[in-house]
Unconditional design. Structure first.
Length: 81
């Protein structure tokens, strides 16, 4: 197993993109890596994703939320995300 703090930046970037852009859960990412011969636990991915989420994604979500809440009218549909 790879130590959670030793994942390369490219692996963390790949996992982040898979999780938030392509909506692939961490357990499926771990399965995909295992099929390619890389033993990587879901928890290891989660441990590496948490700091990225807090440092980069959370601030963007907060800014977007603040901007949306300043608007007089919001338009949305019932599409599930």
């Amino acid at each position: 197993m790879l130590h959670p703090f030793f994942l390369p930046a490219s692996t963390i970037a790949w996992s982040t993109t898979q999780k938030f852009q392509v909506a692939i859960p961490l357990y499926r990412q771990a399965q995909s890596m295992s099929a390619r011969g890389v033993k990587l636990e879901r928890q290891t991915l989660a441990n590496n994703l948490a700091p990225v989420t807090e440092q980069w994604i959370r601030p963007m979500v907060n800014l977007l939320q603040a901007h949306l809440l300043e608007q007089d009218v919001l338009h949305a549909d019932g599409t599930r995300i």
